[in-house]
Design a protein around this ligand. Structure first.
Ligand code: GH3
Ligand code: MG
Ligand code: MG
Length: 306
């Protein structure tokens, strides 16, 4: 979680003149500014620097801004950092490409310093509010589902309850198939739309008492209190079919999307700890991937000896 007094901007631009110019303007706004002249190993650099906002040039000798943006968005440790492209390229095509790669904004050089400052503040504010919302409401900002932290708490509570009353509890773990390809082909912002639609599909088919959460990236988890693996597999199958039938369209072309599912329940795995339950579902999910994707696999006693 970013605290308000540690706001940090990273400028990646091979021109030292531009770096100085941006630096001077941003410092007066209370930002700490770090500069890099190349986008080489930018993901690793960002893991160390931990910037709140990145201002990224496009034309650079080693690695282009587009390539760097894509790498940042593909890594879960850096994917949430807002990126603003700052470029001499003024064409619509470049702007669209930049935004489709997941950047929040695009500013052309020569830039108006007042405007750039306003755009950086806006990107920072959005990031800050999303983080606050995620922490406070335990809601995932993109999909509106519960987030991972909420899932972690609820699975323990539900497991406790099942243990006490000698009841059952099942979970479904599912992961969008070949999702990297969707991002690569249609752009990151379309990928976001796909994730939101997939999330909505799961929420629509689940019961009110089920807990549907984003487990991370393109992976989701559902807790089904008082359900066995068989019931859970029916729900998983319904969601799988509904995702397959989603009508997602990009530039008039239908984009097929599928997901793979793993199911486990306390009847097979026991009540010992939630990790065993998640691991068992994860194993089944990977077996569904190995088996050709777009399918549901259920943990059985034979596969998971006590
Ligand atoms: P598999 O069928 O084996 O699951 O392949 P995959 O391509 O779905 O799996 P991989 O783990 O290689 O890629 C997952 C991709 O999901 C990489 C990452 O950029 C993307 N991703 C994660 N979170 C988000 C997000 O919030 N938005 C978008 N658009 N993409 C995301
Ligand atoms: Mg996937
Ligand atoms: Mg995945």
């Amino acid at each position: 979680m970013t605290s308000r007094d540690k706001r940090k901007i990273l400028i990646v631009d091979d021109s030292v003149v531009i770096q100085r110019l941006v630096q001077a303007r941003m410092r007066s706004d209370g930002f700490e500014v770090v500069c890099l002249t190349s986008a080489q190993d930018l993901v690793a650099q960002c893991q160390t620097i931990v910037p709140d906002v990145i201002i990224l040039d496009i034309d650079m000798p080693d690695v282009t801004g587009f390539e760097a943006c894509k790498a940042l968005k593909d890594d879960s440790t850096t994917s949430q950092i807002p990126i603003i492209f700052l470029s001499v390229k003024t064409g619509t095509e470049e702007k669209v490409r930049g935004l489709d790669l997941g950047a929040v904004d695009y500013v052309t050089k020569p830039f108006d310093p007042v405007e750039l400052r306003a755009r950086v503040r806006s990107a920072y504010r959005t990031k800050y509010l999303l983080e606050l919302l995620e922490q406070k409401a335990r809601v995932d900002g993109l999909t509106g589902l519960y987030n991972r932290a909420f899932f972690n708490d609820r699975i323990e509570e539900e497991l406790d309850r099942a243990r006490r009353y000698n009841g059952t509890l099942a979970i479904i773990l599912f992961d969008v198939d070949r999702f990297k390809r969707v991002n690569d082909t249609y752009g990151h912002s379309f990928g976001d739309v796909v994730l939101a639609e997939v999330a909505e599909t799961a929420r629509f088919h689940a019961r009110q008492s089920d807990v549907v959460a984003r487990y991370g990236g393109e992976e989701f988890v559902i807790i089904l209190p008082e359900q066995n693996a068989e019931n859970a597999s029916y729900l998983a199958e319904r969601i799988r079919g509904a995702i397959e039938e989603l009508h997602l369209v990009h530039n008039g072309e239908r984009v097929p999307v599928t997901a793979s599912f793993g199911v486990s329940s306390t009847a097979e795995i026991g009540y010992e700890n939630s990790k065993d339950l998640v691991d068992a579902a994860d194993k089944m999910l990977y077996s569904a991937k190995d088996g050709g994707r777009n399918q549901v696999r259920v943990a059985s006693k034979m596969l998971c000896p006590a």
